[in-house]
Design a protein around this ligand. Sequence first.
Ligand code: J2J
Length: 525
Amino acid sequence: MWPDSFAARYRALGYWTGQTLFDLLGSHADSVAVVDGDREVTYAQLRDRASRLAAGLHNLGVRRGDRVVVQLPNVAEYFDVIFALFRLGALPVFALPAHRSAEIGYFCSHTEAVAFITTDVHEGFDHRTLAPAAGKATTIVAGDPGAHLALSSLYADPAGPDDGPESHEVAFLQLSGGSTGLPKLIPRTHDDYLYSVRASAEICGLTADSVYLAVLPVAHNFTMSSPGVLGVLHAGARIVLARRPDPATVLPLIAVERVTITAVVPPLAHLWLDAVAGMPQKPDLSSLQVLQVGGAKLADTIAERVGPILGCRLQQVFGMAEGLVNYTRLDDPDEIVLHTQGRPISPDDEVLIVDDAGEPVPDGTVGHLLTRGPYTIRGYWRAEEHNREAFTPDGFYRTGDLVRRQAGGYLVVEGRAKDQINRGGEKIAAEEVENHLLTHPAVHDVAVVAVPDPYLGERTCAFVVARAGAPAPTLPALRTYLRERGLAAYKIPDKLRVLDAFPITGVGKVSRRELRAALAATEKG
Ligand code: J2J
């Protein structure tokens, strides 16, 4: 948590206001908050539904400070659930729909979750089969509950659950993209998160007339807060939920619902642009004012097509669930919007760009991005040892990103120093996948690295040294093995190279740089 002197300052400056996330539902009673297919939920209805669900969860034994793993796709019930938990002061742990038993099991056990709230069937996968992985946590299902507890049975008479949380308390645990063996959890407080949400809503020009299309998973930090669904609720505007992100789903929704702003990762921007450019009859995108693109580096060639093809403004967003978010501003010149990843939200976001020795580099030089500020965490949840590496002694978060600062404080992302693969915005910790592969009987040693990909930006390649005497493993066999271990599909390597031995760096570590170079050379040849 922030030292007292910082907390006092952030309060004095008006960043931390003492409100809680539940308070977002306080006004705009009769306006529509959420549209999910044919369903429309007003602010008053959402507040009522969340209050009744809070009572039901309380009856079930969920208390302030308890953790609840939430894995829901883009459905209206998601909002009932998170606001019920915010009302109780219980902490949602935000899993993604793509997570499987390995991730869900870890989140539930690591957080000692009392409940696991999921859906029935989504994208062909039966999420109820994850119940055993949830262990002691009670499985609650939105939709057909099967053998489990139905979410719909929990809406009770809202007769006074305990007092709600205080604004300085942790509101939820968000997931880190990670670079270590086990995913790290990010504790965000009501005060700090609401500041980033309010400020983001203003930077992105949200008004009560805005219509935000939620395309990426609602629980991801980008979709939640930059300005995301919470920014929309702050503005009294309307959220439209897209069940799927493909052009055939999304383009008609934009036209019918008169969507004004939406947020995507670069490969989706690419896909939409190609789809619209190839249509003889252009869809009606006249309502769309802003396309936000973030989560991974946007290629200049794609950035340049957004305005001409979609007829809207591009906004680049470079953010992280740990805190710091940068935006190009809506009135920035094209040069900035097309070629930078924006500048921080807050005048009190402290940005340091340093060389390998930790010394600040001059503007224009690439260095490691370090940051602290009024909405950037000071430590991961229950990860003391890792925190000593991930944060400087004076509280700066080491983002692992390599950036260059331009005039006006605009940042350009130039690369990454962390062992992470950014697969079209989905983050994969190399070590996590390596640890799973190391349990395979034919694998002696393994290194998972990023390889460039024209569509996703990066894909993953597993370099494997086979165990002596064992047959060399094949890609299909390893992929099946990882799937059976319950690893999310996006983490499963796209490529495999079997080597006799790994190139070693001067300090005796596997040289990922040489592995990447070797792969690039063989692909060319
Ligand atoms: C290059 N790399 C980027 C960008 C994130 C808004 C937007 C995105 C996220 C997010 C988020 C990038 N160009 N425009 O939380 O609120 C990479 C960096 C960063 C990591 C964080 C938000 N935008 N990245 O992507 O926690 O490497 O958050 O450190 O998932 O994504 O990932 P995540």
